[in-house]
Design a protein around this ligand. Structure first.
Ligand SMILES: [Fe+2]
Length: 403
């Protein structure tokens, strides 16, 4: 990508999405961050997302939307929370303070509010605010992507699909990043069981942008749901060169590839993908999506009777520092798989004790959880699954978790 091709102050204004900064460089780098977020790819020629965030801050340290996108992306990554990370908590406070002292647009103010709600775990409310932005500004890609990821974490499948469907008519072929809407829409379609339609839309997206890793991911899910294992294997193999460079999603796509092998009983092939891609990427990035994929793949292989004890112990090094984060219960469940699999009793107790404590806080404050209460309860109830699998009688696990 060429830095000069990104939108400057005037170009953003012309699209009805004015940004409150006089720095063209800040506007362009903000655009470059959104582009890489949508494409799931850190572009080394731009310095990756991190390099662009630094460039935005250097160009205009008080640019509110620069702070919003920086903090919002860290929250979306779910590897950190304001409760456990003072730097992140302080970044949220600084963004809110900056917004209070500046003349910014109502849209930017809504973005600040959504980010602040997200930081407090009120993700459902944050999604409502992003959706409100999209009513007035359907081509605000940042609001669309944050809402998409938010609905995904919440398990709000219909909302994820319809959020994209509502804005589709407003995107023209020349609108920046318009082809990537296909992948977003396709994923919503497959999550609501419209498999044929999902595959068709994803393939349309791939015809426009073969490196759209989210479209690839959507097709991978379709083949998984339809039990088309060989088709899935062929598809991943034939497209690998297009998406392997999408460093933020490639690991997850390899995880899907490994699942096909597990379903065929080809455990060595699945282990090869685990070692050469999933584990390697997880250890080098520390990204939470890569981490849960590695945990899950080991657990699935173990359930098939494959010995993965040593690999569990390696993964423990990655998981252990996050055992008290409790950013998403989905993550916690994966950490538990590895702490039990690796025989790390201390880590298991720390994870569950702090989770119980957090659950008490959630129930007492009622709305501060990222998950609705029924899902919250069900996920906590699912915790005994890995416990039982690790050898503890099921009847002894629930009291342990609900004590
Ligand atoms: Fe997936």
């Amino acid at each position: 990508m060429i830095a000069a091709s990104f939108r400057d102050c005037q170009a953003w204004k012309a699209e009805g999405l004015p940004l409150s900064t006089t720095s063209n460089e800040a506007c362009k780098m903000y655009d470059a961050i959104i582009t890489q977020y949508v494409q799931w790819r850190n572009d080394p020629t731009l310095g990756g997302i991190e390099g662009c965030i630094a460039a935005v801050q250097a160009a205009d340290p008080d640019f509110v939307m620069g702070h919003v996108i920086n903090t919002g992306l860290e929250l979306v990554g779910t590897a950190s929370s304001v409760e456990r990370n003072e730097r992140l908590a302080s970044a949220v406070r600084r963004t809110v303070e900056l917004a209070k002292t500046q003349e910014i647009t109502p849209r930017e103010r809504q973005h600040v509010r959504a980010m602040e709600l997200f930081s407090r775990g009120a993700l459902s409310k944050a999604c409502n605010v992003w959706e409100e932005i999209l009513v007035e500004h359907p081509t605000d890609m940042l609001a669309l992507k944050f809402a998409h990821d938010g609905f995904f974490y919440l398990g709000y499948q219909t909302q994820m699909r319809d959020s994209v469907a509502r804005v589709l008519p407003y995107y023209k072929p020349h609108t920046p990043l318009s082809s990537y809407l296909k992948g977003l829409y396709s994923f919503g379609l497959l999550e609501t069981h419209f498999y044929e339609q999902a595959e068709k839309v994803a393939k349309e997206g791939l015809a426009l942008a073969p490196n759209d890793a989210w479209c690839v991911h959507s097709v991978a899910h379709v083949h998984e749901m339809k039990a088309e294992v060989d088709k899935g294997l062929n598809f991943m193999q034939s497209t690998e060169k297009d998406w392997e460079g999408c460093d933020m999603l490639a690991c997850h796509n390899y995880w899907h590839w490994a699942l096909y092998h597990i379903e065929k009983g080809e455990y060595e092939a699945a282990l090869k993908i685990y070692d050469s891609q999933v584990s390697r990427r997880c250890v080098s990035t520390g990204a939470m999506l890569d981490t849960v994929d590695a945990c899950s793949l080991l657990y699935r292989l173990e359930m098939e009777g494959v010995s993965v004890k040593d690999r569990y112990r390696e993964m423990l090094q990655v998981v252990e520092p996050h055992s008290e984060d409790h950013t998403l219960l989905f993550n916690d469940l994966h950490f538990l798989m590895v702490s039990l699999g690796g025989g790390a009793t201390d880590c298991t107790h720390r994870l569950l004790d702090s989770l119980r404590e957090r659950a008490r806080e959630m129930y007492s404050t009622c709305c501060s959880c990222m998950l609705p209460s029924n899902l919250r309860t069900n996920t906590i109830r699912s915790m005994p699954g890995p416990y039982w699998w690790s050898g503890m009688p099921y009847g002894r696990t629930l009291p342990l978790l609900t004590a």
